[in-house]
Design a protein around this ligand. Structure first.
Ligand SMILES: NC(=O)c1ccc[n+]([C@@H]2O[C@H](COP(=O)([O-])OP(=O)(O)OC[C@H]3O[C@@H](n4cnc5c(N)ncnc54)[C@H](O)[C@@H]3O)[C@@H](O)[C@H]2O)c1
Length: 401
């Protein structure tokens, strides 16, 4: 097991994805190939041979022949849930048909279907479509469909290309970038998985108009996480959004998506397979996962749990004097501004602490926490004590709305 010092030495000197970099080193939205249309933001994920572009722009799902033109001529299988296909599938289907032979397969909607049975259905659909090694899987939907279709693509014929068309805010800023794909097992969420980078990601913020507000907020907590990790400007953008996010201006959403993707891309480029640095993306997730698992994934959206977890992590950092009292308040207020979160004060502390010990983020028997030291900087610690966790839970409960 690495000592705390070793972890910090790995993380801190390279964890300058935010304000400390000169402007020339900050993520930029680059124009890539000539064939990509203008009027969109493009975030390259520089992974050598696995390099790809995340394109962000309103209306892009209606411009797929243009945006995905480098993939022209492939046989493709479009995977979506009925719900998302009915809302946004027609334009996507038309665009993909203009690019090559297309089959559409619909999967049931929801986390409980991110499992083996749906996966097997996808393999059958790929076979029926005669998808070959040069085929393409296109995932249209939230993180569930992206993880599932991406994993099917990772494993079918030892791996075929896939493209992500994320339709929730969470999937645009988080799950579609970074190549983690997988399915759930009855024993645990995301237990079966792989790293399989997409060939392209196209995020069209216009589709968020049909997303329920609670789902939009769920994604916004992940955007806030990226801001706290490494982007003060993004933090400021979020503070400009209306409290509760009702009527969040389209331009603000688009720029938040692009900035959050740039942060995630930057981290993934430096640690594709979660050897060290990528763990900082778990800010808010240690206590967040615990809240989700103790309530059997029924009470909180993932984002809401992460929001609570960020308050908890900031509380621990404040108590250790790693974070100033004022910055603690600024971060906790920013979490609260996103919207109301389900209560947690009724959850028994011993059960929460027990569940923490069973989390995937336990290394060598120690729970790993990502702690903010200011807006735009974090450290990783594995020596957080039970009393500290108890006090953090009390601070969190005191902020219930
Ligand atoms: N791979 C990763 O790195 C990673 C990271 C974070 C989360 N995840 C995974 O992502 C999943 C959660 O993703 P999610 O929050 O997107 O949930 P989700 O995919 O379940 O989508 C939420 C709901 O919104 C609906 N929906 C999607 N787009 C819509 C739209 N534009 N309008 C109306 N309704 C729409 C969906 O049909 C679904 O009912 C989890 O399984 C989680 O494990 C993966």
């Amino acid at each position: 097991m690495k000592s705390n010092d070793a972890i910090e030495a790995t993380i801190t000197p390279t964890m300058t994805v935010g304000d400390d970099r000169p402007p020339s080193k900050r993520p930029v939205y680059q124009k890539d190939q000539e064939c990509y249309p203008r009027a969109m933001r493009q975030i390259p994920v520089e992974l050598g041979a696995r390099r790809y572009i995340v394109s962000v722009g309103p209306g892009l799902l209606g411009r797929l022949p243009e945006v995905l033109s480098p993939l022209r001529g492939r046989t493709a299988v479009l995977v979506a849930s009925r719900r998302v296909f009915d809302l946004h599938g027609k334009a996507v289907e038309k665009g993909l048909r203009a690019l090559g032979r297309l089959h559409v397969t619909l999967v049931p909607d929801g986390e409980r279907f991110k499992g083996r049975k749906t996966l097997e259905g996808l393999y059958e659909a790929f076979l029926a479509a005669r998808l070959g090694r040069d085929g393409l899987v296109v995932a249209l939907g939230g993180g569930v469909v992206g993880d599932l279709a991406g994993y099917a693509a990772a494993t079918y014929m030892r791996g075929v290309d896939w493209v992500g068309l994320p339709t929730t805010l969470l999937s645009m800023v988080d799950s579609s970038v970074g190549g983690k794909v997988g399915i759930n097992h009855p024993a645990a969420k995301n237990l079966i998985g792989a790293f399989h980078q997409p060939r392209a990601v196209v995020a069209d913020p216009a589709v968020l108009a049909t997303l329920p507000l609670r789902e939009l907020r769920a994604g916004a907590y992940e955007v806030l996480k990226c801001a706290v990790l490494g982007d003060r400007d993004l933090f400021a953008t979020l503070l400009e959004a209306p409290a509760g996010l009702g009527g969040w201006a389209a331009g603000g959403v688009e720029s938040a998506i692009a900035s959050a993707c740039a942060i995630k891309a930057d981290i993934v480029e430096r640690d594709e397979r979660e050897g060290g640095l990528r763990r900082v993306l778990n800010l808010g997730h240690t206590l967040g996962h615990t809240l989700e698992s103790v309530t059997r994934y029924r009470r909180f959206t993932h984002g809401e749990a992460v929001g609570w977890g960020m308050v908890g992590a900031a509380a621990i950092a404040r108590e250790r004097a790693l974070l100033s009292r004022r910055t603690f308040e600024i971060i906790a207020d920013a979490v609260d501004r996103i919207g109301p979160r389900p209560r947690l004060s009724d959850l028994p502390t011993p059960e929460l602490i027990d569940a923490l010990g069973r989390d995937k983020k336990v290394k060598g028997g120690r729970v790993v926490f990502v702690l903010p030291t200011t807006v735009g900087r974090v450290v990783v610690r594995d020596d957080v004590t039970r009393p500290e966790i108890r006090r953090a839970l009390r601070t969190m409960a005191a902020r219930e709305g």
